[in-house]
Design a protein around this ligand. Structure first.
Ligand code: NAD
Length: 463
C-alpha cells in the first residue's frame, strides 16, 4: 500500500494533538488554588498592562492569535473529550474564527469634540480587573475570545469557568499567559482557579478589586451577576427561530438552516433551534431537508422517546444529550440513523417541548403557520423575550423589516446560516459572548472599556 504524504501529515498531527491532551496543565500559568489569589495576581498584572502602549498590547494579541491557530485542533479535541459536547471539526473552525476575527485594539476609538471653548477627547480606558464566568458549551472559545477583547482594552481578567470544562479552560488561560510572556508582557493577564465553584464565583462577585462582571451562560448566572451590585454584562440564553416564507429560495433556506443548526451539534446560542414556516411552502421545505440535507423525520413515538431522554419531567436538560450529534441522539432512543444523518426533524405545535425549549441539540421542530402574520407572532412567542437571535428566509424587505422590529434581538440573520453573524460567511466580527440581556450585543474590546472625558479649556482648537 502506498502511503501519501498527506496521510502521514494527518497521522502526525493527530498524534501530536493527543500528546498535547495528555500534558495536564498542572503547573499552568495563571491558575491558583483560591479565587483571592487569582484576583491578586490579575490585579498585579493589570498595573503593568495599563502602562503598556497600544502597540505592546497588540503584540501580545498577535501572539495569542498565532498560538490559537496552532492549537485549534488540540482545543477542539480537548473540549469534546472533556464535555462530551460538539464535534472536533466545527470546534476547530470556531477556534480559527476566534483567532482571525476577534477585534483587537483597533476596536477602541477616541471621540473628539472641538470648538471655540477648546478641545475635548473621550478616551476609552480599562476597567481594571474583569471577572468573567464562562459556559461549558463553548469553553475555550469564550475564554480566548474574552481574553483578547479584555486585554486589548487594557484590562486583565479572572475567569470562573464551568466546572465541567475546567481542563479545557485552564489550557486556554495558560496559552494566554504564555503568549503574553513571549510578547514581552506580564504573566497572569488571565487567571483562574483550579476548582471553580459557586463559592469561588461569589468571592469574585463580591471582590472590591473587580470592577466589571461578564456572564456568559443561562438565565441563572446572568440574573445572579446582574443582582451583584456591580456593573454586569449579561450574555444569556436564546431559542432562535428561523422563519421561512413563500418568497424564500426554499432549497437554499433548507441548506442554510441545517448548516447553522448542525454547526458544532447546535451548541452556539445563536444557532437555529426551530423553524416557523408558512403553510404555502412548509411541505416543500421539510421535503428538501429530508431529501437533500440529511434530515431524519421523527415519528410521534420517536418524538415522545426523545422527550423522555433529553429532558426530565420539569423540562431540565439531560447534559448527556446537549451538543450530541443527531445520530447519537437517535441511537439513544433505539433508532439506527441512516448514513448521512445530520438533523432530526418533525412538525409540531409551538408548545411542543422539543420546540419551545432551548435544547442545544440538532433537533429541529417545524411549526406551520397559515400566513406571515401568524408566523411572525409565533416566532416572537418562541424567542421567549430573550431578545438574543432570530433568523429569516424571505425576499420581501417589508416583511424582513417587520420581523426585525418585532423580534428586537441582538442578532438577526437574513437569508443565511446563523453563524454568518459571527463572521463565518458573513460580514461580522467574532465573539462568543453576545450580550442579549444587557444590550451591548456582540461584545468586543470596546465593550470592556469605560469612557473618560479629557477637557482642554479654551485651547488646542485650531479650526
Ligand atoms: P450554565 O448557565 O449552566 O453555566 C454557565 C456558567 O455559569 C458556568 O460557569 C456555571 O458554572 C455558572 N453558573 C451557573 N449558575 C450560576 C449561579 N447561580 N451563580 C454563579 N455562576 C453560575 O450554561 P451552560 O450550559 O454552560 O451554557 C449554555 C447556556 O448558556 C445556554 O442557555 C446558552 O444559550 C447560553 N449561552 C449564551 C451565550 C451568549 O453569548 N449569549 C453564549 C454561550 C452560551
Amino acid at each position: 500500500m502506498q502511503v501519501s504524504e498527506t496521510l502521514v501529515q494527518n497521522i502526525v498531527r493527530e498524534v501530536l494533538a493527543k500528546m498535547n491532551l495528555q500534558q495536564a496543565p498542572n503547573n499552568a500559568h495563571g491558575v491558583f488554588a483560591t479565587m483571592e489569589e487569582a484576583i491578586a495576581a490579575a490585579k498585579a498584572a493589570q498595573k503593568t498592562v495599563r502602562l503598556m502602549s497600544m502597540d505592546q498590547r497588540e503584540k501580545v494579541i498577535s501572539v495569542i492569535r498565532r498560538r490559537i491557530h496552532e492549537e485549534a485542533e488540540t482545543f477542539a479535541r480537548m473540549g469534546v473529550e472533556e464535555t462530551g459536547m460538539g464535534n472536533v471539526g466545527d470546534k476547530t473552525l470556531k477556534h480559527h474564527l476566534v483567532a482571525e476575527k476577534t477585534p483587537g485594539t483597533e476596536d477602541i476609538r477616541t471621540e473628539a469634540l472641538s470648538g471655540d471653548r477648546g478641545l475635548t477627547l473621550v478616551e476609552m480606558g480599562p476597567f481594571g480587573v474583569i471577572g468573567a464566568i464562562t459556559p461549558c458549551t463553548n469553553p475555550s472559545e469564550t475564554v480566548l475570545c474574552n481574553s483578547i477583547g479584555m486585554i486589548a482594552g487594557g484590562n486583565t481578567v479572572v475567569f470562573n469557568p464551568h466546572p465541567a470544562a475546567i481542563k479545557t479552560s485552564i489550557y486556554a488561560v495558560n496559552l494566554i499567559n504564555e503568549a503574553s510572556l513571549e510578547a514581552g508582557g506580564p504573566d497572569n493577564v488571565a487567571c483562574t482557579v483550579q476548582k471553580p465553584t459557586l463559592d469561588t464565583s461569589k468571592v469574585m462577585m463580591q471582590s472590591k478589586d473587580i470592577q466589571l462582571l461578564v456572564a456568559t451562560g443561562g438565565p441563572g448566572v446572568v440574573t445572579t451577576v446582574l443582582s451583584s451590585g456591580k456593573r454586569g454584562i449579561g450574555a444569556g440564553a436564546g431559542n432562535p427561530p428561523a422563519l421561512v416564507d413563500e418568497t424564500a429560495d426554499i432549497p437554499k433556506a433548507a441548506e442554510d438552516i441545517v448548516n447553522g443548526c448542525t454547526f458544532d451539534n447546535n451548541l452556539p446560542c445563536i444557532a437555529e433551534k426551530e423553524i416557523v414556516a408558512v403553510d404555502a411552502i412548509a411541505d416543500q421545505l421539510m421535503d428538501e431537508i429530508v431529501r437533500n440535507q440529511g434530515g431524519v423525520y421523527a415519528s410521534k413515538e420517536v418524538q415522545d422517546a426523545l422527550i423522555k431522554v433529553v429532558m426530565d419531567e420539569k423540562g431540565r436538560l439531560n447534559r448527556k444529550c446537549v451538543g450530541r450529534s443527531a445520530k447519537a441522539l437517535l441511537e439513544m432512543v433505539g433508532v439506527k440513523a441512516p448514513a448521512g444523518t445530520r438533523v432530526i426533524v418533525f412538525e409540531g405545535p409551538k408548545e411542543h417541548p422539543l420546540i419551545s425549549t432551548e435544547l442545544m441539540m440538532p433537533i429541529l421542530g417545524m411549526v406551520r403557520c397559515k400566513d406571515f402574520d401568524e408566523a411572525l407572532e409565533t416566532a416572537v412567542w418562541l424567542e421567549h423575550g430573550n431578545r438574543h437571535s432570530a433568523h429569516i428566509h424571505s425576499k420581501n424587505v417589508d416583511r424582513i423589516t417587520r420581523y426585525a422590529r418585532a423580534m428586537d434581538t441582538a442578532i438577526l440573520v437574513k437569508n443565511g446560516p446563523s453563524y454568518a453573524a459571527l463572521g463565518f460567511g458573513g460580514e461580522s466580527i467574532c465573539t462568543f459572548t453576545i450580550a442579549s440581556r444587557t444590550g451591548e450585543g456582540l461584545t468586543s474590546a470596546k465593550t470592556f472599556t469605560k469612557a473618560r472625558r479629557c477637557v482642554m479649556s479654551d485651547s488646542l482648537c485650531i479650526r
